[in-house]
Design a protein around this ligand. Structure first.
Ligand code: NAP
Length: 499
């Protein structure tokens, strides 16, 4: 197994020496919309702690897109992060439904920050329907795989596809970091929330990995929960959860939900953690309507800065900022998202936090933390031991306006002189031939599943190419999936209605 736990605590890498801490250089990306205001507030608070930080201010996001750089992340920014390995970042705008890819996701993926850790804690003095229930949980979201790999293709002019890629290695790293976080924070339970009832191979991989690793942490209660039920339970009984580990998309959505439980996106911090680089940022986006108005709540980015201090081993400074923040909120000093009548602006709020340094709330305490041990994985390759493999069949995806019966008969005819027989045809995952449901509202994108005529025979590439050369005489095909038997088990799922 090539994912192990790093023995050296993360902060030891900072080069800190006992007594006097080294100066740490941080890449600061102010970002778009409200980003420059909230990161400026956080920078001032961090500087007021006396921790020795040096800032390299770099660009990413909208301004970079406007300069014509389609990645949204210029080389100087990448170079700075390669050097500092530490980022405090404002939100970056992403065009919705068109245009360039998200510069946020690009940054997370370029530096393999595979874990997005999103603490959600009830804040003192912040009125919410849940106030007093003691919500204190962490969403651990896988950060570089799943649908966010962003591998999308138009299959036909009217059918789009996004590949949901999940790896055993990615699942193992995120599961291990979730358990290690539980250890570091003295938590007693973890839920793994998946959609494994529907996506048995992808989401199922996360569930199986979680169940395999859980026994290594017998002191932590490990439970699986279906993600839609997790959403339901989080709204009804959020205090029942301590840590939830999830795939990328599920974690993205549920962490916005959980931020809503404690006062909104203005209160939701995050850390993007990898083996080499850590990026700290608020969960929220650029909230463009508030840009330049000095009304945004800087708490989320301040709490992200607290996570950064802890990552640096500056435990005392982290607690000082957190306590000052608790006291500020408890005194009723609030930004516009909480208080409609006597709200303070972004910078005034930061001033109040600084003024409250040294104060500790009677009711709210910073948690005790032990250093987080990061999983480390081998640089290359799969981590699943070699098992017998065989190509057992093939799915060919074709575009046609034919009705299913006509398509099925035509494909059976085409396959006659090949090694294959047609097993079935499906449309968007539902079997439509032979004997589909008349109610299936077909689109022009069909999956045609072939197995060797001789049961159990191995399928060679030449046979697949021969089949394709015949299919292409009548149909436009857009992709092919080999049906792999792995360790004697089918590495594919059936269509709805397929026997
Ligand atoms: P958003 O910027 O997070 O804003 C949604 C709403 O959340 C705001 O309208 C506001 O609610 C509230 N809000 C967010 N941050 C706040 C703060 N600091 N203080 C007070 N209220 C705050 O989400 P969006 O409008 O969906 O996205 C805008 C842009 O940000 C998009 O381009 C998106 O792609 C990008 N984005 C970036 C990141 C990132 O960089 N990590 C994350 C998410 C989205 P009210 O309207 O109720 O006042």
């Amino acid at each position: 197994m090539s994912v192990v736990i790093e023995r050296e605590p993360a902060e030891a890498k900072g080069g800190a020496v006992a007594g006097e801490r080294a100066v740490r250089t941080v890449t600061l990306i102010p970002g778009d919309g409200i980003g420059p205001e909230v990161t400026a507030a956080a920078r001032r608070v961090l500087e007021a702690t006396g921790v020795r930080l040096d800032w390299e201010v770099r660009e990413a996001g909208a301004s970079v897109f406007r300069q014509g750089l389609s990645s949204g992340v210029p080389e100087e920014t990448i170079e700075s992060i390669r050097k500092t390995r530490l980022v405090l970042k404002g939100p970056l705008e992403t065009p919705v439904g068109f245009g360039e890819k998200s510069a946020n996701v690009t940054l997370r993926k370029l530096f393999e920050t595979y874990a997005n850790v999103r603490p959600v804690r009830e804040m003192p003095g912040v009125p919410t329907p849940y106030a007093g229930r003691g919500i204190d949980l962490i969403i651990v979201r896988e950060n570089v795989e799943d649908l966010y790999a962003g591998i999308e293709h138009m299959q036909t002019p009217g059918v789009a596809q996004c590949l949901k890629l999940m790896s055993r290695k990615g699942c193992e790293k995120i599961v291990r970091i979730a358990f290690e976080l539980a250890v570091a924070e003295g938590r007693t339970s973890i839920h793994c929330a998946t959609k494994a009832n529907i996506m048995k191979l992808t989401e199922g991989l996360l569930k199986r990995t979680f169940e395999e690793i859980a026994p290594e942490y017998p002191q932590i209660r490990a439970e699986h929960i279906i993600v839609d039920n997790a959403a339901h339970q989080l709204v009804r009984f959020p205090e029942a959860f301590e840590i939830l580990v999830m795939s990328n998309m599920n974690g993205d959505i549920l962490s916005d939900l959980t931020s809503g439980l404690v006062g909104g996106l203005g209160f939701a911090p995050s850390a993007n953690l990898g083996s080499e680089v850590a990026i700290f940022e608020a969960v929220h986006g650029s909230a463009p309507k508030y840009a330049g108005k000095d009304v945004a709540n800087p708490t989320a980015v301040l709490l992200s800065a607290v996570l950064m201090l802890r990552h640096l081993g500056e435990i005392e400074a982290a607690a000082r900022v957190e306590n000052a923040l608790f006291v500020t909120l408890e005194k009723g000093i609030h930004t516009r998202d909480v208080s409609k009548s006597d709200a303070v602006g972004t910078q005034k709020f930061a001033d109040a936090v600084i003024a409250n340094f040294g104060w500790i709330s009677e009711h709210w305490h910073a948690r005790d933390y032990r250093p987080l041990r990061m999983p480390v994985s081998a640089a290359h390759g799969a981590i699943v031991p070699a098992v017998p493999r065989k190509t057992a069949g093939v799915d060919v995806f074709v575009e046609t306006d034919l009705a299913p019966n006509a398509l099925g008969a035509s494909l059976e005819d085409l396959a006659l002189e090949t090694q294959f027989a047609l097993k079935m045809v499906s449309n968007r995952g539902t079997k439509v031939y032979p004997m589909g449901s008349a109610m299936t509202d077909c689109v022009d994108h069909f999956r045609c599943r072939f197995f060797p005529r001789q049961p159990g025979a191995e399928v060679l590439d030449g046979a697949i190419l021969d089949l394709l050369s015949r299919i292409t005489r009548r149909y436009r095909w857009m992709h092919v999936e080999k049906l792999e038997e792995i360790g004697g088990k089918p590495g594919w799922t059936k269509a709805q209605g397929e026997d």
